[in-house]
Write a protein that binds this ligand. Structure first.
Ligand code: HEM
Length: 496
């Protein structure tokens, strides 16, 4: 009762000198619209749910408009922030060290029920540290960024794309046309999955099986994970009984294929193939199995999202696409130096993660009463149990942080040039977009993701010319965000 009174009377539950304002739950701005928490009716609009926390925020001044609290009887307090300084401070205070803030496991319950809870993603504290150590070397930049590794990834990309090009050439010949409307997201997903399986895990899988059996299975599981998380949110013990696939034969079959794919990915360990060669023998297969599942499903989602968004933005920015083409047209083999030299492509990828981050919010929970400190010295006390939602999607679209005054371009538009200017003035390091997270729990797959996205986006621009069929570039969001139109483009082959 005390909590709801505090909420209604605008009494900030958090001590300190960082201003936090309340989420409006009683004003017309939220009434009749979507509710500020996920339900079975609204769970497919998570970005809109996040936006409701900031309804009427413009009436608040300074930091208070970007930091909000919500207190409801029976629940721990919630803080939602779209303030990069607060996001950075929370992420810096997260980790196994003193365990002040952990990853809030509630939003990833569905993932954990599908993969097992003993993973790098779902665990916290010392257990998380062990998982992190076990996988660190496999993802290290020095082991991935070698010309030899790049060549193998490129081979997978070329083989896949060459087959598609041959099909396109037949189609153009038979129809006497030179262009086709295509949704590129499924093609990108297929290439990403092949690279992960063939070049990261060294798995022996037929490309046709990847496309026709395993990807549809993972898609089905991802769809299930999102719904399952909502269904389990008020369940006291979500791991009590695994009923997930009991009554849906298609889902049951998808889980069986997922197990099969995990076996195939782990089979290459005995040969020390690819990344397995960098995993210490002291870890048993059973210690690693759930993580392999997280990598298979999570990496597929995140890398597809990243590259699909980049292509989607380039399809709406022909001049930008031309600049990338000018950079990559003369690159004949994908070598490590190529990534450094293709500066505009690099800025396109940075801007993509800023404007359309794959992971659109990062959940945290205070394990003990935790003070966070901002760079100006101001502090905020998050009481034990507080859920913290770091709303990266909206933070990266705020004019206050990313607008013309700060970066030279509007915050809600795609302008890779903002990074050029920032690099020149030395400010780019201060531009925190959290696309790969920050702090101890930063994405371990960052270098692998960058390698794959540069190859796929650069390769697509080199081989094809494309423009968006629809003008709007809206997001759809589940485990990650993706373009709503499936990256629908009108596509032509470039002249060799
Ligand atoms: C290229 C696109 C990718 C993006 C944009 C991305 C984004 C992120 C972000 C933002 C986080 C931090 C989450 C948080 O702080 O709560 C994260 C964590 C994580 N990512 Fe990625 N990721 C990508 C690729 C990958 C790949 C390729 C893998 C593995 C093969 C991977 C595996 C993970 C894991 C296991 C975590 C949890 C790490 C931990 O808690 O210690 N990611 N990712």
């Amino acid at each position: 009762m005390f909590r709801i009174l505090r909420q209604l009377c605008c009494i900030n539950p958090f001590k300190g000198d960082v201003p936090v304002s309340r989420v409006w739950i009683t004003r017309p701005a939220t009434r009749g619209k979507i509710l500020p928490f996920p339900t079975r009716g609204n769970y497919h609009q998570p970005i809109d749910i996040l936006a409701t926390f900031f309804a009427k925020a413009d009436t608040d001044r300074g930091r208070a408009k970007h930091n909000r609290y919500l207190e409801i009887p029976g629940f721990d307090p919630l803080m939602v922030t779209r303030d990069p300084e607060v996001i950075r401070a929370v992420l810096t205070a997260t980790g196994a060290g003193e365990g002040r803030l952990d990853r809030d496991t509630m939003p990833s319950t569905g993932i954990a029920r599908a993969t097992g809870p003993d993973t790098l993603l779902f665990s916290n504290g010392p257990e998380w540290q062990t998982h992190r150590k076990a996988s660190a070397k496999a993802f290290g930049k020095t082991s991935l960024f070698t010309d030899d590794v790049f060549e193998k990834f490129e081979h997978t990309f070329r083989t896949n794309v060459q087959q598609r090009i041959t099909e396109l050439e037949h189609y153009f010949e038979s129809t006497t046309t030179t262009e086709i409307e295509l949704t590129l997201e499924p093609e990108i997903k297929c290439i990403m999955m092949e690279m992960l399986l063939f070049n990261f895990f060294g798995a022996k899988v037929e490309p046709q099986d990847v496309r026709e059996r395993y990807i549809p299975a993972i898609d089905k599981i991802i769809e299930h994970i999102v719904r399952d998380t909502i269904d389990q949110q008020f369940e006291f013990n979500p791991f009590r009984k695994r009923k997930k696939n009991g009554c849906d034969p298609e889902l049951e079959c998808a889980f069986a294929l997922f197990e099969q794919l995990t076996d195939l990915s782990m089979a290459a360990r005995s040969e020390g193939a690819c990344a397995w060669g960098r995993v210490d023998d002291k870890w048993n297969d059973e210690d690693l199995r759930s993580n392999v599942k997280v990598f298979l499903a999570g990496a597929l989602e995140a890398t597809t999202s990243y590259a699909a968004w980049a292509v989607s933005h380039l399809a709406r920015n022909p001049e930008c696409q031309q600049r990338v083409f000018n950079e990559v047209r003369s690159i004949d083999s994908f070598e490590t130096a190529a990534i450094d030299e293709a500066q505009h492509l690099k800025n396109v990828l940075r801007e993509t993660l800023r404007l359309t981050p794959s992971l659109y919010f990062l959940p945290r929970k205070a394990v003990t009463d935790t003070w966070i400190t901002l760079s100006d010295g101001s502090r905020l006390l998050l009481p034990a149990g507080t859920h913290v939602l770091l709303d990266v999607w909206h933070a990266n679209r705020q004019q206050d942080f990313w607008g013309v005054e700060k970066t030279g371009y509007p915050a809600d538009e795609f302008h890779p040039e903002r990074w050029e200017a920032a690099d020149k003035t030395g400010h780019s390091k201060e531009y925190l977009h959290f696309g790969f997270g920050h702090g101890a729990r930063v994405c371990p797959g960052k270098h692998l993701g960058e390698l794959e996205a540069s190859l796929v986006v650069g390769g697509i621009v080199k081989l094809f010319e494309f423009e968006a069929v629809e003008e709007r570039n809206d997001p759809k969001a589940g485990v990650s965000t993706k373009p709503m139109d499936g990256t629908l483009v009108r596509l032509r082959l470039r002249q060799p």
